[in-house]
Design a binder for this molecule. Structure first.
Ligand code: PRX
Length: 638
């Protein structure tokens, strides 16, 4: 691929070129892919328009680049290695030829259900090869996939299906995670109550448990594909046609559907994968994320396949059957590039080095992290124990909205520093702004991280609500994309991400909006009002601390029962992934005279602060702070 950067000198040159002649820089990269019809321009529009188009007039299909392009030279190469939840069960591998055939076959199956270009298909599936096949099959026929992480509740799934107005839902009978099974089909049935948009539900058999199948709506995957041809022409898509919607949390109660498109997303996912992980030859690459998140989209499926790589997909969890599972899998498949989240590293670090050192990890070449800041202790453990002090660490900063990695080391080519994501990729131009929108030119000062130039895989819109997209990302600082993160830059130009500056909490690398959790809590019978904040958590990065006001009728109920009711409301509204860590019942929240909750105070109380709260004179009732502090001593630990 002509976009491969394989030295620091080449990095610097590429970066400079992206600054001086951005169109020519991106043109060269885009031309490394196969276009059904060539594009006539590189980019049109600006951040101020909240609309930038890339590769106008280009016709393309991302699956033709991820699959067909490799058939001749790499048809027999393994595309996917699937490692099951249970290590005793057989591994499955799919070559590029096999993955292509199964994608085509399922694409034809979807067409037989009436799915057409532009239709939305929701995937609520476990980490099986069928999930990858379903994603690719949608893209193949021009349908828009929207993967919903299989840990979300029926209510959360319902909201996403409804917002996307999906025609089809693809699921499995059950998912498997460690010793647990997850009732996926049952959850889909609940989610579909009172929804009329969904015409068909396709069910993959994973555990084989009997499912209730609704006649004329539900069908099994293995029955549906019988007799469907394994050839299906890739639908010619406009470069700007929607590829997928992925829901993520923002600062309002309603999750937003981040939209990515075929052309720009393809170019950026392919370019970043090759360079960040320095993938070469027959390397085996493993990203431990779930396809339900953007990391799985870009760096389990699209990025690796666009580069003809071998991508390992893991169904299970890091601690099953024991805390050595990740390392056992790395040794078993001779993994060369390993990409995971700081939460997983911290949690495995707490089991000590032994589970790591018993396995032969000599194949590892590059280690990556994603999703949240990594603390220095975890960084050193990852480098020295897992990487045996010989692997570079790429701390990759990016977001659902950015589509691909933005700030990161490139394998071992660029300078590394613990807890620092590092330098931006060529083509990415970050800036730090003060709250008034002025550039912060000094180093080592915290600022608001913004991006000053468009890039191909930038968010196109929030599905069905472009105003929200404009107001969230492009309005706050005209001429810039606003990330919602705070960051610092050191004297070498390396970026350190501090964390979110908006009402988003990052728990184990998963994003939740405070408003989203609060509206779930407020569904508890007797809950009058609530406010949640993040607090530092040793393993998860941030934990969730909820302050809840109850009405007088709940006075006679035991606190434990009330806690369970609040927790259950969150599990019902969002899912177990958003479980609260602490619940504190309060009689009042610290509000300003205009009724705005002063979250700064709530955050400080949650962090254990007792006295220094800064200026509280604008509070309606400054005395409520003391009550919060004294209440924090008896809060419920969940
Ligand atoms: O706060 C940043 C944090 O995760 C947010 C994006 O979350 P999401 O859209 O779910 O995507 C996660 C996977 C790409 C960011 O705004 N974040 C992501 N990567 C890092 C990070 N924080 C610090 N260091 C990182 N490497």
């Amino acid at each position: 691929m002509s976009f491969q950067i394989r030295s620091f000198d080449a990095y610097q040159k590429a970066f400079q070129k992206s600054k001086d002649t951005p169109d020519s820089f991106w043109r060269d990269i885009a031309n490394s892919f196969e276009w059904i019809h060539p594009f006539s321009s590189i980019r049109n529009g600006t951040f101020n328009d909240a609309h930038v188009e890339w590769f106008r007039d280009g016709k393309v299909n991302i699956t033709a680049n991820a699959l067909d392009r490799h058939l001749q030279s790499k048809g027999d190469k393994t595309a996917i290695i699937w490692e099951p939840n249970d290590p005793q069960e057989a591994v499955r591998t799919l070559t590029y030829t096999e993955l292509h055939a199964l994608t085509c076959q399922f694409g034809n199956a979807l067409k037989s259900l009436g799915v057409q270009k532009g239709d939305r298909v929701v995937l609520y599936m476990p980490m099986t090869p069928e999930l990858t096949i379903a994603v690719l099959a949608c893209a193949r026929i021009g349908a828009v996939h929207s993967v919903v992480f299989a840990g979300f509740s029926a209510q959360a799934l319902h909201d996403r299906i409804e917002d996307a107005q999906a025609k089809i839902v693809i699921t499995a009978d059950e998912g498997r995670r460690g010793t647990k099974t997850i009732p996926l089909k049952e959850t889909v049935d609940k989610a579909l109550l009172n929804l009329t948009c969904v015409e068909s539900v396709v069910v993959q058999k994973v555990t084989g448990i009997a499912c209730e199948m609704l006649p004329n709506r539900d069908m099994y995957w293995h029955e549906l594909v019988v007799g469907k041809p394994t050839v299906c022409t890739a639908e010619p898509m406009d470069s700007e046609d929607m590829l997928f919607i992925l829901y993520t949390s923002g600062s309002t109660g309603k999750p937003k559907g981040v939209v990515h498109v075929h052309g720009g997303y393809m170019v950026y996912a392919g370019y970043t994968f090759s360079n960040v992980f320095q993938y070469e030859g027959d390397d085996v690459y493993w990203c431990t994320a779930d396809v339900g998140w953007i990391t799985g989209h870009s760096y389990i499926i699209y990025g690796p396949l666009l580069n003809g790589a071998t991508s390992l997909m893991f169904e299970g969890i890091p601690t099953y059957p024991d805390a050595g599972r990740f390392w056992e899998v790395c040794a078993k498949h001779k993994v060369n590039q390993f990409y995971t989240a700081p939460t997983a590293i911290r949690s495995l670090m707490s089991s000590g080095s032994e589970p790591v050192t018993q396995h032969d990890l000599s194949s590892l070449k590059v280690l990556g992290t994603v999703g949240e800041p990594i603390n220095e202790e975890a960084w050193y453990w990852y480098r020295d124990v897992v990487g045996q002090s010989k692997c570079p660490i790429v701390d990759t900063w990016w977001q659902t909205e950015t589509g691909g990695i933005m700030i990161s080391g490139l394998g071992g080519l660029s300078p590394q520093k613990p807890a620092h994501a590092g330098l931006p990729l060529p083509g990415i131009h970050p800036v730090l702004l003060d709250p008034n929108g002025h550039d912060i030119l000094e180093n080592n000062v915290e600022g608001l991280l913004c991006i000053s130039q468009p890039w191909p895989s930038m968010i196109r819109t929030t599905y069905g609500d472009h105003t929200r997209c404009r107001n969230t990302y492009f309005h706050p600082f005209p001429g810039h994309y606003f990330t919602g993160d705070g960051a610092k830059r050191d004297d070498q130009g390396l970026y350190r991400i501090i964390g979110r500056v908006d009402d988003v909490i990052n728990v184990s690398g998963h994003r939740f909006g405070t408003a989203e959790i609060e509206s779930a809590i407020n569904e508890t019978s007797g809950a009058v009002e609530s406010a949640v904040v993040g607090f530092p958590h040793d393993i998860k990065g941030q934990g969730i601390h909820a302050y809840v006001i109850l009405d007088s009728k709940t006075g006679s109920l035991a606190e434990e029962d009330l806690c369970n009711a609040v927790q259950n409301a969150v599990i019902k509204g969002i899912g177990k992934i958003a479980k609260l860590d602490r619940i504190q019942f309060v009689s009042a929240l610290p509000k300003t005279r205009s009724g705005k909750i002063m979250r700064r105070i709530l955050r400080k109380v949650a962090e254990g602060e007792q006295t220094s709260f800064g200026d509280t004179s604008t509070l309606l009732d400054p005395a409520c702070v003391d009550l919060l502090v004294s209440g924090a001593k008896q809060l419920q630990i969940c």
